[in-house]
Design a protein around this ligand. Structure first.
Ligand code: FDA
Length: 309
């Protein structure tokens, strides 16, 4: 029951001010976010890549309401890619972007504003030998995001997409995207979606995940299994074996700070394991979605408000 309340709070400016101002918040946020700025995030990235894990970096931000902020997002990603080039991390690190942070939902041409900016990011990513993955946000943005993907893939065929198994449409989208060279991260989905477009029951979301996973593994693309769910991870490994896929023709992905022992286990087994590393000052929405996913996280967060004994 708490999940929907937290997901609503994730979009509330009032809650944002209260949560962000609480002095006890920061240590809890640090469990999920690699730092307020690029420098501390790079320390985390180095530790991960040195231990054999790959990363995808997310400069936190979403739902921008003006063009200047949208352009600032683009500039932050260009700076990030220049740093990855200078640090020679291009073969281990890619970037994940949320198009709403590039202006996708701005009235009067938001889609084109986002496309124009993210194209510059994709150009530089290709130049330094890495890739961009387009995160997927709420269902109202899916058509626009997939249209941006098609456009980017003309010049940058390795641009990645994200599909969310809670959406009814996702099996069809998975079929359409299971083509040669197509990188697709499959996740369950992290937004509050109505029953008209999305499965509400966890079991149905999981079944839909397995159906789309089968399609992606049987196809010619590059599946990216974005989940911490041990059952789905085992099924993905079975599908990889059944479809005679060698390690490196698919990968697993997990979020920074979540199930780190499992991240290690899969990498030690020889699987390609990529960690999604978010950083930046605008951590509120991301953080609240992580609380909503797991009641234990919320309990941990609330306990930190209790006076020290
Ligand atoms: P599930 O929620 O069932 O969790 C399985 C187990 O994992 C739990 O029992 C617990 O042990 C652990 N776990 C999961 N979440 C946890 C948490 N927050 N804290 C502590 N433990 C946790 N969504 C989206 O809508 N658009 C996107 O672009 C992305 N991108 C993305 C990238 C990557 C790399 C990942 C791994 C996930 C996303 N997501 C996402 C989020 C995704 O939709 C989903 O909300 C979370 O991954 C949680 O779902 P699981 O598949 O892990 O299963």
């Amino acid at each position: 029951m708490l999940g929907p309340v937290l997901l609503a709070a994730a979009r509330s400016d009032r809650m944002r001010r209260v949560v962000a101002a609480a002095p006890v918040t920061r240590p809890v946020v640090n469990r999920f976010v690699a730092g307020d700025a690029l420098d501390p995030a790079l320390t985390a990235v180095r530790a991960l890549t040195d231990s054999g894990l790959d990363v995808t970096l997310d400069h936190l931000g979403e739902d921008v309401t003006d063009r200047a902020t949208a352009h600032a997002t683009r500039d932050a990603y260009l700076r990030l890619l220049e740093t990855l080039r200078d640090e020679k991390l291009g073969d281990r690190a890619e970037v994940s972007v949320k198009l709403s942070a590039f202006g996708q939902t701005l009235p009067d041409g938001g889609h084109d504003i986002a496309l124009e900016s993210v194209r510059q990011v994709a150009d530089l990513a290709t130049e330094i030998g890495t890739t961009v993955t387009l995160d997927m946000e709420d269902h109202t943005t899916v058509d626009s995001t997939l249209a941006v993907l098609r456009e980017l893939r003309r010049a940058h065929p390795r641009t990645g997409a994200v599909l969310q198994s809670y959406l009814f449409r996702t099996e069809d989208d998975a079929r359409a995207l299971a083509t040669e060279g197509s990188r697709v991260r499959l996740v369950k989905g992290a937004y509050r979606e109505p029953a008209s477009v999305a499965f509400q029951d966890k079991k149905d979301v999981d079944r839909s995940y397995v159906r789309s996973l089968r399609t992606l593994f049987a196809g010619d693309g590059y599946p990216m299994v974005g989940s911490h769910d041990p059952r789905l991870i085992a099924i993905a490994q079975e599908l990889a074996a059944r479809n005679h896929r060698a390690a490196g023709t698919y990968e697993f992905q997990m979020l920074y700070g979540i199930r780190t022992a499992e991240q290690r286990r899969l990498a030690d087994e020889g699987e390609r394991m990529r960690i999604y590393v978010p950083y930046g000052a605008d951590w509120y929405g991301y953080f609240m979605r992580r609380l909503a996913e797991r009641p234990a996280n919320l309990a941990f967060f609330l306990r930190s408000f209790a006076p020290a004994r």
